[in-house]
Design a protein around this ligand. Sequence first.
Ligand code: URA
Length: 239
Amino acid sequence: MRIDRYLANMGCGSRSEVKRLIKSGLVTINDQTVRNESFQIHPGFDIVVCWGAEVAYRKHIYLMLNKPAGVVSATRDSRERTVLDLLDQKYLNKGIFPVGRLDKDTEGLLILTNNGDLGHQLLAPKKKVPKKYFAKVSGPIGLEEIESFRKGIVLDDGYQTRPAQLEVVDCGAECEVIVIIEEGKYHQIKRMFQALGKKVLYLKRLAMGELSIDPSLRIGDYRELTLEEIDLIEKPLLN
Ligand code: URA
């Protein structure tokens, strides 16, 4: 692979920015300064250093987005803004897609990656990856609703959900709850509450598997996952 393409793919800048870095002598390959932007390297074998820091080879990109309400979890849409519209140019045209869907009005953790296999596995029903949500719900929630969630709920289309966890955080005029589900049917949480005569007023995903949303990530912001976080989502899928 050309060195300029490698650096751009690893997020060191746009193609023209990395060409400037190379021409300025700021890039070494196996300790040799390389000023030729078309120099061929072997990703994963050659040691590439830019501005004094190693640019390790990463095959895939993994992002954690704190999804805002008002954007759709899709890669393109003819009418709506998508989660990809929130990303920097350098992440575009890299095959990145959102892992699963949050509704347009749902906030919180959305993983974006170009690792199709990982995305597929995280969503595979047999992997039973738990998804944890915070919700505000109309009306009182008590032991009866907790028990209904525990048993699984029959949705409007007759589908019987798997057992789910419901925990009450605070109850006043509306209730704040934590819900954990292991599947991802269309509007699942809203429809589970609807089946009990309740309405979801606000919904935010807090975690997917072992990966929790970074509390310092403001709504609409995103960042790359750390290596530890990538392990957190990948390891449980190996079984
Ligand atoms: N359940 C819903 O109803 N909506 C979401 O966005 C996610 C889970």
